[in-house]
Design a protein around this ligand. Structure first.
Ligand SMILES: C[S@@+](CC[C@H](N)C(=O)[O-])C[C@H]1O[C@@H](n2cnc3c(N)ncnc32)[C@H](O)[C@@H]1O
Length: 212
């Protein structure tokens, strides 16, 4: 857990998202080893949650794994039979590591924020975001871009540690923004669950929204 504690401290103290990206570039070669040692179960929990939504055919489900990192989520999705997965991450180091795993079709090196990506609306059946809602990572602005990219009836799955979620610096809390999008009728919460032993002894929280 020492490297995870150092990481948490860095997130609180670092000046910018660009510094964060440089941090990930240099962490990419040791990230999997450190997270494995810390008992990180977020990727397998989200892959299982998505698999439950598609009990029959999974190979044609088009997924965008936002903040894909080194591809831990992609690997778990592939184990569940999902074959059509794109990765998006701003760190070239993390993207290169993810690419080497051979589980992603497309690789996009970019930030996910309020800016529209050069991707057609409704391109994806599902978006996954695991472990990326914390200080100097994703902000609420990205949520409407997620809504735009997911097909009607498709799913938005997000998980993180509750403490990380509270550390997102933005105009309104991340969870409040998600609830407000539901009040606007753009999506509906179909699952919110605190899950034990998400990372070491820490709980995690899983959110699933279905697009209207
Ligand atoms: C803790 S890692 C999680 C990686 C992977 N999802 C996992 O669970 O192992 C956070 C990732 O979020 C990415 N990230 C940070 N800010 C981002 C942003 N604004 N848009 C997209 N990805 C971002 C980082 O580059 C990093 O790879």
């Amino acid at each position: 857990m020492e490297n995870i504690k150092a990481f948490d401290k860095y997130c609180q103290n670092t000046a910018s998202k660009e510094d964060m990206t440089t941090y990930y570039d240099s962490w990419s070669s040791k990230y999997d080893q450190d997270l494995d040692a810390a008992g990180y179960r977020g990727p397998s929990m989200i892959a299982k949650a998505l698999a439950e939504l598609y009990p029959d055919t999974r190979e044609n489900v088009h997924i965008l794994d936002v903040a894909s990192g080194t591809g831990l989520v992609g690997e778990q999705l592939a184990k569940q039979g999902f074959l059509l997965i794109d990765a998006l991450d701003p760190s070239q180091g993390m993207i290169d590591k993810a690419k080497s795993k051979g589980v992603y079709k497309g690789m996009i090196c970019a930030y996910f924020d309020e800016k529209e990506l050069d991707i057609k609306a409704g391109s994806y059946d599902a978006i996954t975001i695991v472990g990326a809602c914390s200080a100097k990572h994703l902000t609420c602005g990205c949520l409407m871009e997620a809504v735009r990219l997911i097909k009607p009836g498709g799913f938005f799955l997000m998980s993180t540690r509750p403490l990380s979620l509270q550390s997102v610096e933005d105009k309104e809390p991340f969870e409040t923004r998600m609830e407000n999008i539901e009040k606007e009728g753009k999506w509906k919460c179909i699952r919110k669950e605190i899950v034990p032993r998400y990372l070491d002894k820490n709980d995690g929280v899983i959110f699933i929204y279905q697009i209207a």
